[in-house]
Design a protein around this ligand. Sequence first.
Ligand SMILES: *Cc1c(COP(=O)(O)O)cnc(C)c1O
Length: 402
Amino acid sequence: MDIAINTGNSKYHVDKNGYYGRFGGAYIPEMLYPNVEELQTKYFQILSDPSFQQEFDALLRNYVGRPSPLYLARRLSEKYNANIYLKREDLNHTGAHKINNTIGQILLAKRLGKNRIIAETGAGQHGVATATVCALMNMECVVYMGSIDIERQAPNVARMKMLGATVVPATSGSQTLKDATNEAIRDWINNPVDTHYILGTASGPHPYPDMVARFQSVISEEIRKQLKEQTGSELPDYLVACIGGGSNAAGTYFHYLDEPSVKIIAVEAGGKGVHSGFSAATTQLGKLGIIHGAKTLLMQTDDGQIVEPHSISAGLDYPGIGPMHAHLYESGRGQFLSATDEEALEAAYELSKLEGIIPAMESAHALAKLKDLPLKKDDTVVLCLSGRGDKDLNTYIRHMSK
Ligand SMILES: *Cc1c(COP(=O)(O)O)cnc(C)c1O
């Protein structure tokens, strides 16, 4: 896998100062400078090292189960009158794309000489992916999680504990993801020498957005090869992905950003409706602000307080968006849509019945917009099926009776 390609001439990749257009950068407390600076100066060199890439590739192949299949969904294609391919990240070990990033970051942490890992988690998916790689690499693992989320997500808390992680409740603020992130940052400030912070999405201070995008870029590298084998061309007409912080989307788009014929579609969580007050459609509702170390689009009140987001899917329930995506939105390179909770549920049932695949609630948001694309008969669509639906069964069952 070539995770260290030179993207220096691209308008859509990070620039040498850590920005995507006017978004990105590293807006961090002074006490975090040493940690973040160490990453900034070393990450690219480490990712470029052939022995690093060999170890990353081998684990992706033999532990995660990559390459993940690119599957032509025939019945779904018939229904929407186009050729729809699903990139099956749901078949990865631990059930989603998140493991690609945690494998990359744990190998990086080893090379930085760290022996302790911290992470934040909301629904617990990133916490589980982090606890998994810590077990694999024999590293101490501390996961911060809002105390409300700990109650809501008991099975994932049990998984993390079984994998040997310590789960620490974040009891401040709304006791959810953004508070857990604040606690993780506080821990990192107190433990700058031995600890690496495995951030779970394509946000945070530079270099995290680029680093996470590169670990996830295996997705689009595989798509190019697989699509060529199956259709004769590496280039689809549409790429579709859901966006929480933006890591599965960044991975899906990465090797296509500079292919202007490929249309990039990003789907945010519309919640109960974009203007209902219960939504996580950041590009439509957000303004320029700073969250968790990055300048980006962010849902906030007029005096700059973060607005609590809402989505039926925990993975999309975030008030910001990674800086790469804020730039794709503002530059017009990406088209941003939103799907409501209701639309996503319908799409999840539809995929289950048409293809025998139960998608994650997050991925169902991407599926829900197939009906809104101006598809033509010979169009090729590649949609990132970011994860599987086992974790969402309770939500699905609750809505089945309606
Ligand atoms: C966490 C998660 C997401 C959202 O995170 P991104 O960083 O935006 O990809 C999407 N799908 C699944 C299955 C997830 O677990």
